[in-house]
Design a protein around this ligand. Structure first.
Ligand SMILES: [Zn+2]
Ligand SMILES: [Zn+2]
Length: 244
């Protein structure tokens, strides 16, 4: 390769530092193109109406929600942009566990699209679901905090990283009974300070599974004086365990 081609290639890399293949499907991309690639984006299943107005899970059988119907939930409404499966599941996994930061703008866009289509009224402040300090050090970042930061910029809303804290690192909840899961998670969060008094909070996370984490955070935020809590996640697990 001649010097000129080397220089050209170097210049392209400098101008478009992004990846040259789609991290999801491995297809070649034009340099500078956003990821995931357009065909992968088209495979993402967005959550569209009808969905449960409380927990945000898609509804298939009429109005009654089998996930949360009849149970008291501490948050006002939860929304998710897409279903936790296929491309979106892989994208979240790469972002969260492999640190694939190229995917962050797309995940933020999903959150924005969701709020644009199904607005949540009167939000004053965004709060990411906190990781325990030890877990965050291990991972190097909190995925929910990165999502909240991007969303806050777009919506011009403040992001509060300090009021909600995770008091201990909860063990993985998948092997626990429903009761154990509730006890572990509902007590794991607390709220400090008085900054949230009378404010409506939008809690941000990557995934909503059973909703136990969102419920635990919401309970702590309400105890801390928040007037109401909404929840927004990139994805929701389509067929979760029943609500605790
Ligand atoms: Zn792709
Ligand atoms: Zn529901």
């Amino acid at each position: 390769m001649g010097l000129v081609s080397h220089l050209k290639e170097g210049l392209v890399d400098l101008l478009f530092p992004g990846p040259s293949t789609c991290p999801i499907c491995g297809q070649d991309l034009y340099k500078g193109r956003d990821v995931p690639c357009p065909p992968c984006r088209r495979r993402v299943q967005r959550v569209v109406a009808p969905f449960c107005p409380r927990c945000g899970k898609p509804l298939t059988l009429g109005e009654y929600c089998p996930h949360c119907g009849g149970r008291g939930l501490p948050f006002l409404q939860a929304r998710a942009a897409g279903l936790y499966q296929g491309v979106l599941r892989r994208a979240i996994h790469l972002f969260k566990f492999k640190g694939a930061m190229d995917l962050l703008p797309y995940l933020e866009q999903l959150l924005l699209d969701c709020l644009e289509k199904y607005p949540l009224p009167g939000v004053d402040v965004l709060i990411p679901v906190p990781l325990h300090a030890g877990r965050e050090r291990e991972r190097g970042f909190n995925q929910a905090a990165l999502l909240a930061a991007g969303l806050g910029r777009h919506l011009q809303l403040p992001v509060d990283y300090r009021s909600l804290i995770r008091r201990w690192n909860t063990p993985p909840t998948s092997g626990l009974s429903r009761q154990e899961r509730v006890e572990t998670l509902w007590d794991a969060f607390s709220c400090r300070g008085r900054r949230l008094r009378g404010r409506h909070v939008l809690l941000i996370d990557d995934i909503l599974t059973t909703g136990s984490t969102a419920a635990g955070c919401s309970t702590a935020l309400l105890k801390g004086g928040a007037a109401g809590v909404y929840v927004l996640t990139v994805a929701t697990v389509p067929a979760p365990a029943p609500w605790p």
